[in-house]
Design a binder for this molecule. Structure first.
Ligand code: GDP
Length: 272
């Protein structure tokens, strides 16, 4: 962890702006709060990725909440990333003052240097590859081009560090762990399928009851049961005997594949 932290801090020193990539299905839980301490005054744009899987009303609420706090944010789906093309302009806007100072000093086309940072599996590499479509590496003896590290040219004057900064997922809080596990952001061995499914069923009962009911053909009465009873019910429905674990894994996979529709496991108000 210390090493990862040092590496990221070292890279941050070299950029003008940080693109923080998070999972739109759990924007707060899929970020490492330490990044904010590591920023060294560098501005940040939060990219809520995998918006195609997330609850769009909640995604809008998150973007609005971040913007209200003065942090730029954008929701995208890196796999079909038209909106991603707004990033270079957004970065220039955030850095407007700094760029104006450079221009005043006679630098005609000042570069904007950025890097993607985030926990594993949020889509950093996908975004990076999308932004630097032609993958043109900028080499040569330029200050800031460290050995073994390259800047890749994106559109406009944007240059990106060729490797993303990787932070570890942080889940001191059990609930954060559950969200990360349910979306597949952390390895399945961290928590048992059983506990993740129980938490997930409970969350869907409270927040997305209708899709849960429909997808598994549950009655209104069954929907009122405790999560453990629902898992038991489903096990019977699936004819899995006593294999509750198998039901848990199936439910988790259904959620991850989006079979229960789009979902987001937290809302901005949860933070208070
Ligand atoms: P990294 O570890 O942060 O670099 O994540 P990757 O770029 O390797 O992406 C992790 C997985 O998420 C891959 O299977 C990607 O195809 C997938 N992925 C990335 N972006 C999106 C997205 O916007 N939507 C969906 N549905 N999947 C995505």
């Amino acid at each position: 962890m210390q090493k990862a932290r040092r590496e990221v801090a070292e890279k941050i020193k070299q950029v003008d702006i940080v693109f923080e990539v998070v999972d739109a299905r759990s924007p707060e839980s899929s970020r490492n709060p330490m990044l904010l301490e590591m920023l060294q005054q560098k501005p940040i744009i939060s990219i809520l990725n995998k918006a195609d899987l997330a609850d769009s009303a909640r995604t809008k609420a998150w973007v609005a909440a971040y913007q209200a706090e003065g942090r730029e944010a954008i929701a995208i789906d890196a796999q079909h990333a038209k909106r991603l093309q707004q990033l270079p302009q957004m970065a220039e806007k955030v850095l407007a003052e700094k760029l104006a100072r450079k221009r005043a000093r006679g630098i005609r086309n000042p570069h904007v240097r950025a890097m993607c940072i985030g926990i594993p599996n949020v889509g950093k590499s996908t975004i990076l590859n999308r932004l630097v479509q032609k993958n043109i590496a900028i080499t040569g003896n330029r200050p800031g081009v460290t050995k073994n590290q390259q800047w890749l040219k994106a559109s406009g004057n944007l240059e990106l560090l060729d490797t993303p900064g990787i932070l570890w997922p942080k889940f001191d809080d059990q609930e954060i762990g559950m969200k990360l596990a349910l979306t597949g952001a952390i390895a399945d061995k961290v928590f048992t399928a059983d506990e993740v499914a129980l938490w997930g069923v409970g969350y869907f009962q409270k927040n997305y009851a209708e899709v849960l009911r429909k997808h598994y053909g549950l009655t209104d009465e069954q929907m009122q049961s405790r999560p453990a009873d629902i898992v038991q019910l489903l096990t019977k429905k699936f004819a899995y005997g006593e294999e509750f674990d198998r039901t848990a894994v199936r439910f988790i996979n259904d959620v991850r594949k989006g079979e229960l529709g789009r979902y987001t496991l937290e809302v901005p108000e949860d933070r208070a």
